[in-house]
Every structure is written in C-alpha cells, then in structure tokens.
Design a protein around this ligand. Structure first.
Ligand code: FE2
Length: 302
C-alpha cells in the first residue's frame, strides 16, 4: 500500500499568509502527489488558517481533483463543526462522539488506519479522548489478530520535539495515548518489545517540521508543512517560521516494512550522477595530479 500524508495547509482565501501563497503551495504539493498516484491520501490537520467555510470549500475542491480516497482530520486551527459541514462523508469527521471528539477507522487488506481528532476548543494544545484510547486498544487487537499494520493519524505528535514553544502546546495526555498501544505502562516505562507484534506507525502534523522519532517503541513521524515551516534550531521558546519549500510524506507499506520519505517540492534542477567505482575515481584523481595538463598546473604555466 502506498500512501501520502500532508499537513498544515493553513489555506487563506483572503491573501497571503506570512508572505506565502498557501493556495499555490497546496496545488504544488497535490500535483506532485498526483504524479505519484498513491492508493490514498491523509491530511493531518490545520487545513484552513481561519477555520472558515470558504477555505474548506476550496480545499475540498482541490483534494477531490486527486480522484482517490482522501481522509481529513482537524488540527488546532480548524473548527471540527465547520469542517464537518464541508466534509460530511470524510471518515475522520463523520463520527461525532458525545465527548466532542471525532474518531474513525478505515480498513484495507494491508492495514487498519485510525484517524483521531485531538483538538481542544480555543487552545493550540491537543488531547486524545477516552473513546479514542479505547478505539486504539480495540484496533490494535484487531490488527494483531488479522496480521495487518496499524497506522494512526492525529494532529498533535506524542513526543517532545525539543522546540520549547511547540512542546508547550503538544499532546497533553501523550502517556495515556502511548500506553493504549499496549507496549508501555502508564508510568512511561517500556517493559517489553510487544510493539513489534504488528507493524505500527504514527503520523502527525502540528510541528511544521519533518521529524522522525521512536517513542516508547513506536515509530512516529511529523509531516512537512504545506505552508510555513518551523525555523530550525529554535531553542529559545519563541516560535519562529521559515519560508522553506512545501513538502509531504510518502509512505510505502509492505508485508515486512514501513518505509517513509519526506518529499520536498523544490524548483532546484535535477541531474544524473554517473556511478563511478571508488577505485576508478582514485586513479582518475591521481592521474590529474601527475599530469602537467591538469588545471592547476596549466594556470601556473600561464
Ligand atoms: Fe499548523
């Protein structure tokens, strides 16, 4: 199964966001994904910068152009109720639990995909609902019984990134979330390697930086942002952005592996690199040094 994950579109229909054309960046990413033709696409939140219906309509139109299954879930910039008006059939927003959280799952022959809503009204931090924790436990058992992978998608990552400003608005109950996978205790200790019973992967947005981590035995990725990126090496607690190229995550799930790649949309030229064995390169370099016709010697003669 080949899948694409995009995140943090922050689409604005009323102009630029921090000088960036969010609509064009989304179009560039979707064109790239369309060329790759994955089996499905997941959007891990922060679709619209201002959670307005106009932006959601525009995003839906662009996503539908992919002509393949697309699953969306909200981030802290989104209003799940507004989203549901525009994406009524999208699995991640089609179930509204009593606690106010959306969760849903999609099953394929190879994997169980679980979509969790972590948004808390009027705050940038996130939280996984008790219903979602129950669903993780249930789907993990189901995945083990059916020998399928368990892929979980949510906006807020369950690990400390080291970026103080972002960690201040992280997943509040990440210990409970990780414990639901059954390979950690509620105190955060890792007593066993039971996580290897099924292939599992966690995919998030929110950070606006591509990161890979192994947290309590579980592999977790944060997806590159379609909009602005978090500036690198920012450790002061300030949240500073950079106008890095937009990107997405390309995932390939096979029977025995889950391979993920961060794809950057860049205008830089692509060129071939001929493979030359090391021995031949060393000999070529030696000949250049010995030869009076080499560039350095020619310059000295002149
Ligand atoms: Fe975001």
């Amino acid at each position: 199964m080949r899948f694409a994950v995009i995140s943090d579109l922050h689409v604005r229909i009323d102009g630029l966001l921090y000088g960036l054309d969010t609509q064009k960046r989304l179009d560039d990413v979707l064109s790239d994904i369309d060329r790759e033709a994955p089996d499905l696409v997941v959007v891990t939140g922060d679709l619209a910068d201002c959670a307005d219906l106009g932006s959601y309509r525009l995003i839906k139109e662009r996503l539908e152009s992919l002509s393949r299954p697309v699953y969306v879930l909200p981030g802290n910039h989104d209003d799940p109720v507004q989203m549901r008006q525009i994406f009524p059939a999208a699995p991640a927003v089609s179930v509204f639990s009593p606690g106010g959280y959306f969760t849903d799952a999609v099953e394929t022959d190879e994997a169980i995909l679980l979509f969790l809503t972590t948004t808390i009204p009027n705050t940038a931090a996130g939280r996984v609902s008790p219903e979602a924790l129950q669903q993780i436990r249930h789907m993990r058992r189901k995945a083990i019984c059916s020998q399928r992978a368990l892929l979980v998608f949510l906006h807020h990552p369950p690990f400390r990134s080291g970026y103080i400003g972002m960690d201040a608005c992280a997943l509040e109950n990440r210990r409970e979330f990780l414990a639901a996978f059954g390979n950690v205790s509620p105190t955060g200790k890792t007593p066993s390697q039971k996580g290897s019973e099924v292939t599992a992967g966690i995919f998030c947005g929110h950070l606006h930086r591509p990161m890979a981590s192994l947290v309590e035995g579980l592999p977790c990725w944060t997806v590159p942002s379609v909009a602005h990126s978090l500036a690198a090496f920012e450790r002061s607690g300030a949240v500073r952005a950079a106008a890095a190229p937009p990107g997405w995550l390309r995932g390939t799930l096979t029977k025995d592996s889950l391979v993920c790649e961060f794809v950057e949309i860049s205008a830089q030229p692509v060129f071939p690199i001929p493979f030359i064995p090391l021995r031949a390169r060393v000999e070529e370099q030696a000949l250049k040094v010995l030869s009076p016709a080499n560039d350095h010697m020619s310059l000295r003669k002149d």
